[in-house]
Design a protein around this ligand. Structure first.
Ligand code: GLU
Length: 487
C-alpha cells in the first residue's frame, strides 16, 4: 500500500463530539502531509441509535472546521457507497468466506443462555469469554436447532485464526503512536460478526470497509485498542493486507474524568453555539496530543499540516482545558477582520433591533466592545445600552453610584453644558476632558465624575469607551438619559 488513505468513521448516534473532531483532524493532517486521501464513512449499522439529524450535524461540523473529505457519502469516490447501511449486500460474501474456511461458525445460543454464561463467569470472578459451545455442532444438531425456529448468529473463531497466523496466543502489532502493543487473544472470546437478523457487527463491517476502501492507516481513539486485535485477525483470515494502526490517547476533563456534558460543551456544534470560533477550536484540538516544533501554539490547520508527524503524537491522555480554549478563542476574535466579526456577531445580537443603528454606528459599537470578548456570545450582555431610548439601571448602580450627592451634582452640571457641545467624536473627547478637569478642581476624582455620567447613560459603572458610546447614542438619547437620572 503506497498511497496514504485514512478515514474518519463516525457513528451518527449523537452530534459530532470534540474528540471525534480531533481524530478527524489528525487523520486529515496526516493525509495532507503525505499527499494522501481523507475519507468520511458513516457507520450507521446501529439503526436504533442513528438519526439523519446527527448525520447532518457530523457533515456540518466537519465542514465548519474545514476538515473537508476527498471521498464520502456526499462526494462519492471509487470505493463507495460510504454509508455503511448502504453496504449491507457487500458483507454476506465475506461472512461466507469465513464460514467456508472455518474461521467462523454459526452460534445458536439464545440471549438467556449467554446471560447465564455471563452470570457464571461473574460468580467465579472470571472475565467473561464465550464458551464456544456452538463451535463444533454437527449438521444434524444445527438442523434441529433451525427446526426449533432458532436463527444463528455468526461468531469469529479467535483461536483458530490466531493459530493460523501467529506462533502463540499473543498477538502483537506495532502501533504508529504507541509503539508495540500485545494481547493474549485467549481473553478476547469468539465475538459475533453477524447478528442473527443478518446485520453485520461493527468489528466485522469496519474491516471489510477498511479493506475494500484500501485504508492504509487506521488512526482512532485508544478506546478501540481491544477491537484492533479482533480486527487484525479478521483482516488476516480474509487474506487482506492489514493496515497500520495508530491509537490516540483519550481526552480527559480538567478533573481527569472522561470529558462529558457536565464539564461543559462536548459537541462541536455546542461550542459554536456558545460563541467559539471554529478556527480557535481546531487549533486548540490540534494541541491535544500534538506539539508544534517551534513552540508557537497559535497556528492554522495549513501551518500545522506542514509540521505534523504521526509518530510524534503523544501517546498519553490530554486534558481539555476549557480556560485555555477560551484564551485561544479571545485571541482569534481579536484577529478577526472587522467586517467578518460584524457578521459573526449578528446571531448573538438577535434580541436587539440592529436597524436602530446605521452601519457606521454598528461598526463603531463593535470596535469599542470587541476587546474583552472571550466568546462571540459575550457581545449579548455587553451592548444592551446601545438600544432603545431608555436604559436599564440595576439596583446597585442606582444606589451606590447614581443616588450619591456627588453623582447628582455632576449630572446637574453635565446636562446643560453638554447640551451646547458639538457632538462629534473629537470634540466630545476634548469637552469631556475639560469637564473632568473642572470637577477635579472641585475635589472630585475624574473617575468619579465619569462613573456618574456612565451610570446614567449606560446603567453600568464600566464598559466601552465613553466617548464612543455618546457618539453612537447621539446627543438626544444621551442627554435624555442623563436628565432622567437626575432626581
Ligand atoms: N464508528 C466507530 C466509532 O464511532 C469508528 C471506530 C473506528 O474508527 O474504527 O467509534
Amino acid at each position: 500500500m503506497s498511497e496514504v488513505r485514512v478515514r474518519i468513521a463516525p457513528s451518527p448516534s449523537g452530534n459530532l463530539h470534540i474528540g471525534t473532531a480531533r481524530t478527524a483532524l489528525f487523520n486529515y493532517l496526516f493525509a495532507k502531509k503525505m499527499g494522501g486521501k481523507f475519507i468520511l464513512r458513516i457507520e450507521d449499522t446501529d439503526a436504533e441509535r442513528t438519526s439523519q439529524e446527527y448525520i447532518d450535524n457530523i457533515f456540518d461540523s466537519l465542514k465548519a472546521l474545514g476538515l473537508n473529505w476527498d471521498e464520502g457519502p456526499d462526494v462519492g469516490g471509487p470505493y463507495g457507497p460510504y454509508t455503511q447501511s448502504q453496504r449491507f449486500d457487500i458483507y454476506p460474501k465475506y461472512v461466507q468466506q469465513l464460514l467456508d474456511s472455518g474461521f467462523a461458525y454459526e452460534c445458536f445460543c439464545t440471549p438467556e443462555e449467554l446471560e447465564q454464561e455471563k452470570e457464571e463467569a461473574t460468580k467465579a470472578k472470571k472475565p467473561y469469554v464465550y464458551s464456544k459451545k456452538c463451535e463444533n455442532l454437527t449438521e444434524e444438531e444445527k438442523a434441529k436447532l433451525r427446526a426449533e425456529g432458532r436463527k444463528p448468529a455468526i461468531r469469529f473463531n479467535i483461536a483458530k485464526a490466531q493459530k493460523a497466523f501467529h506462533d502463540s496466543s499473543i498477538l502483537k502489532f506495532d502501533d504508529v503512536v504507541k509503539g508495540e502493543l500485545h494481547m493474549d487473544t485467549d481473553l478476547l472470546g469468539d465475538f459475533v460478526i453477524q447478528k442473527s437478523n443478518g446485520a453485520p457487527t461493527y468489528n466485522f463491517a469496519v474491516v471489510i470497509d477498511d479493506a475494500l476502501m484500501k485504508i492504509s492507516h487506521v488512526i482512532r481513539g485508544e478506546d478501540h485498542i481491544s477491537n484492533t486485535y479482533k480486527q487484525i485477525l479478521i483482516f488476516e483470515a480474509l487474506g487482506f493486507e492489514v493496515p497500520k494502526f495508530g491509537h490516540l490517547g483519550m481526552i480527559l476533563a480538567p478533573d481527569r474524568s472522561k470529558l462529558s456534558k457536565r464539564h461543559g460543551a462536548t459537541a462541536v456544534s455546542d461550542f459554536v453555539k456558545q460563541g467559539y470560533l471554529t478556527d480557535a477550536l481546531i487549533n486548540f484540538v490540534a494541541l491535544l496530543g500534538w506539539s508544534p516544533s517551534d513552540g508557537e501554539e497559535i497556528k492554522s490547520v495549513d501551518e500545522i499540516a506542514k509540521d505534523f508527524r504521526l509518530n510524534e503524537i503523544s501517546s498519553s491522555n490530554s486534558i481539555f482545558e476549557y480556560d485555555k480554549l477560551k484564551w485561544m478563542n479571545s485571541h482569534y476574535i481579536k484577529m478577526l477582520p472587522m467586517e467578518e466579526l460584524k457578521e459573526r456577531l449578528k446571531p448573538y445580537l438577535s434580541q436587539y433591533n440592529l436597524d436602530e443603528l446605521t452601519d457606521a454606528q454598528y461598526t463603531k459599537m463593535v470596535e469599542i466592545t470587541r476587546e474583552p470578548l472571550t466568546l462571540l456570545s459575550d457581545i449579548t450582555d455587553a451592548v444592551p445600552y446601545f438600544f432603545g431610548k431608555d436604559v436599564h439601571i440595576d439596583e446597585e448602580t442606582q444606589t451606590k453610584t447614581l443616588d450619591t450627592e456627588v453623582s447628582q451634582n455632576v449630572l446637574k452640571d453635565f446636562v446643560p453644558k453638554a447640551q451646547t457641545w458639538d457632538w462629534t467624536d473629537e470634540n466630545l473627547h476634548e469637552k469631556l476632558a475639560d469637564f473632568r478637569a473642572e470637577w477635579k478642581e472641585k475635589g472630585v476624582k475624574p473617575k468619579v465624575t465619569m462613573w456618574a455620567i456612565r451610570a446614567a447613560i449606560t446603567g453600568r459603572t464600566c464598559g466601552a469607551d465613553m466617548v464612543g458610546i455618546l457618539d453612537i447614542l447621539g446627543k438626544e438619547t444621551s442627554l435624555y438619559r442623563a436628565q432622567k437620572a437626575i432626581k
